[in-house]
Structures are given as structure tokens and as C-alpha cells.
Design a protein around this ligand. Structure first.
Ligand SMILES: *Cc1c(COP(=O)(O)O)cnc(C)c1O
Length: 382
């Protein structure tokens, strides 16, 4: 652990093996989350499917799902191409908004009924897009607090959709505090990326769908052929939720690896020190700046850290240059654009590629990145 800490301080790419990994049966006994909670989340999404189908023709009859494809000997889950908002946040964020709409008792389609409510959220970009687009479509008023790392095009797009965008000079944690403070009023609901059960469960639904995709592809997950899944990690809701879902489907035959930028290794730091959300990367002298804007967070979600502490097999950190190289390589070889955050999984896969089993990289975003921005990232600026 102390060598992990000195690696983190020195921003040296590292792999931390979790000494607290437990069998899922044992880990689950302490969890306040059950398979039935994922059932409920999936049911909310299914009930909304007819309305989603009508309003978002890019969904598959109202189901928000992404392709699973084999590239060489590595499977890639292309959440970069999730309908509606083009990132893994289309799972958690859209679920959280749909659940709120249901809890409020409104009928999807009755914009008037929802217009008296305001949803607030803080984001490094993609959660804001996901929640902003869905809230605006339902008829909610939306206020998105963007941290300094958020890209300009994401703010422009949200304003176009009718969302109020508030820009902050500070980091993600500061944006969250502002959004929380702005949510005191009546009829205002704050979706808290730093502490959300709903986001977590929305992400978890991905696992059962992946299970079906693996079955259809003839991949059998077993003790002899374990599944290794590499997930880019920011606050931890996305990777944590997906991993919890996977553990409920595959138990100890699945291994989850979280990958983070060397400048913002919040989950690695929180787990390795067992301080979870009580420690921030600034506390060890890191600036939190990274090209992987989706992962640019200083501390983990209070909800997620303690709940995944016995589920994660290992955490891996890598530097921005590696993310960019993997992004370019994936585009160059397969013609598919994924954003730098979304390429993080490849670093995890390289660190553990020697392990027997099926390896799966979760590519978490990219389809909505505008062409000019893509070209700049790919180094093809004319
Ligand atoms: C948000 C995000 C993640 C990580 O999800 P967290 O819930 O913040 O851990 C990974 N990749 C992309 C592209 C994201 O936008």
C-alpha cells in the first residue's frame, strides 16, 4: 500500500491489487443492495420504453443498449455508442431522471405536469448531457453546473436543448457543492453524482444485458473461463454499478478492474487508504487535471466507495498520453471514435492480459463528440 501511495503521489502508472476482494456471497451479505433492486431499475426503464421509442428513434424500440464486439482477442462494450447521450451516463443518468418522473406521479408526454419541477446536477460533462437531454425531453426545468473540465461543445449543446448551464471555475467537487446549494428550493431535485443510489442501479442494469450478449456470442463465463472487465472510473458510480450488476450475474467468475488517470486516481486512493470519499487527490498533491474529462474527479462517490471495496479486483492508473494513444489506435485500426476517458480500459487490459479467461474493455463514451473536436484529439487538424 505504501508503495502504491508513493506511485500515486509521483503520478507513476501503477496497479493496485485489492487485498479486501471477497467472494461475492460474503461481500453481498454486507451490502444494502440486492438483485431485486436491479430488477426494479430495469422495470422503470421498460415502462418508459414505449415513450423512449417514440421520442428517441436511435433507441432499439425504447431500449438504451450498446453493441458488444470482438476486436482481436478483446471484447469491447461500445457504450460510446449508447443512444440518446453517447456515453455510459445514458445508463445511470437517464434512469435517475425517469425514476424521478415516475416517483412524481406524472405521465411521460405530459410536459406541463413536469414543468413545475427543476432538476439540478453537477457534471464534468457527460452526466450533464445525459440528464439535461432527458430532463428537457420530459419537460423538467434543468440546471447543469459544469466544472472547469467540461468541454465547451457540451455546454453549447445543453443550452440549445433549453437547459440552464452554469459554469464553474473550480473542480468537480466545487461544482457539486454549488449545485447542491442551488437545490434548496421547493420542487427542486438534485441528482448527486457524489452520492447516488439511483445512478448506481441504473448502471447496474447493463450487466444482465451484457450477459445476454455474451450468450448470443457463444461466450461462456465459468470458473475455467472467467470474465475480466476493465472499466474507466471517475466518481465510481458507472464502473461500480456495472460491476455490482456483473457480480449478481456471474458471481466470482467475473473480475472488475477500475482504471483512472494518474492525475486523478480518486478511487485507487480512496480504496487503498480505506478513506473512500474522505480523501481527495489534492490531499496527496495532485492537480486533478486530465484530458480524460469524464474521469476528472478528485474524490469518489460517498455511496460507491464502501460498497465496491470488496468487489473490485484491482485498480490501474495510466497517463493521458496512453489514453490518447489507445484512442488513436482504436480509431486507426477499427474506424471507431471513442473519447480519451473511454480508452482508459485498454490500460487495464494490458496490465492483466496474461490472465486466462475472456477480457472485456468497457469503452464508455465518444459518439457525441463533434467532428472538429475529434479531429483535434486524433491529431488530424488541417
Ligand atoms: C463518467 C464517465 C466515466 C466514469 O463514470 P463514474 O460514474 O464517474 O465513475 C467513464 N467514462 C466516461 C466517458 C464518463 O463520462
Amino acid at each position: 500500500m505504501s508503495s502504491t501511495l508513493s506511485d500515486l503521489r509521483a503520478m507513476k502508472p501503477t496497479a493496485w491489487i485489492n487485498p479486501d476482494l471477497a467472494s461475492f456471497q460474503i461481500a453481498q451479505a454486507d451490502l444494502d443492495l440486492k438483485r431485486e433492486d436491479i430488477d426494479e431499475a430495469e422495470a422503470v426503464l421498460l415502462r418508459a420504453a414505449p415513450w423512449l421509442a417514440e421520442n428517441f428513434p436511435d433507441t432499439d424500440k425504447g431500449i438504451i443498449e450498446s453493441p458488444l464486439t470482438l476486436y482481436g482477442n478483446v471484447w469491447v462494450k461500445l457504450d460510446s455508442h449508447l443512444p440518446i447521450s453517447g456515453s455510459i451516463k445514458a445508463r445511470g443518468g437517464i434512469y435517475a431522471v425517469l425514476k424521478l418522473a415516475e416517483d412524481l406521479g406524472g405521465e411521460l408526454g405530459d410536459r406541463e405536469a413536469f414543468s413545475k419541477y427543476t432538476i439540478t446536477v453537477a457534471s464534468t460533462g457527460n452526466l450533464g448531457l445525459s440528464i439535461g437531454i432527458m430532463s428537457a425531453a420530459i419537460g423538467f426545468k434543468v440546471e447543469v453546473h459544469m466544472s472547469r473540465d467540461a468541454r465547451a461543445w457540451k455546454k453549447d449543446l445543453l443550452r440549445e436543448k433549453g437547459c440552464t448551464v452554469i459554469e464553474h471555475e473550480g473542480d468537480f467537487t466545487a461544482a457539486v457543492s454549488s449545485a447542491r446549494a442551488a437545490s434548496e428550493g421547493d420542487n427542486t431535485f438534485f441528482i448527486d453524482d457524489e452520492n447516488s443510489r439511483d445512478l448506481f442501479l441504473g448502471y447496474a442494469v447493463a450487466a444482465r444485458r451484457l450477459k445476454r450478449q455474451l450468450e448470443l456470442s457463444g461466450v461462456e463465463v465459468s470458473a475455467d473461463n472467467p470474465l475480466h472487465v476493465y472499466l474507466p472510473c471517475g466518481v465510481g458510480g458507472g464502473p461500480g454499478g456495472v460491476l455490482f450488476g456483473l457480480k449478481t450475474e456471474f458471481g466470482d467468475n467475473v473480475h472488475g478492474y477500475f482504471v483512472e488517470p494518474t492525475h486523478a486516481p480518486s478511487m485507487t486512493l480512496g480504496l487503498a487508504t480505506q478513506l473512500y470519499d474522505e480523501i481527495s487527490v489534492a490531499d496527496i498533491g495532485l492537480d486533478g487535471h486530465t484530458i480524460a474529462d469524464g474521469l476528472a474527479v478528485g474524490k469518489t462517490s460517498a455511496f460507491v466507495g464502501t460498497r465496491v471495496k470488496r468487489l473490485v479486483t484491482a485498480c490501474v492508473t495510466a497517463n493521458d498520453e496512453t489514453f490518447v494513444q489507445d484512442m488513436r489506435r482504436f480509431y486507426g485500426v477499427h474506424g471507431i471514435f471513442i473519447e480519451p476517458s473511454a480508452a482508459a480500459g485498454f490500460s487495464g487490459q494490458r496490465a492483466f492480459s496474461h490472465l486466462p479467461g475472456t477480457h472485456l474493455v468497457w469503452a464508455t463514451g465518444g459518439a457525441m463528440v463533434p467532428v472538429a473536436e475529434r479531429e483535434a484529439l486524433l491529431g488530424q487538424k488541417n
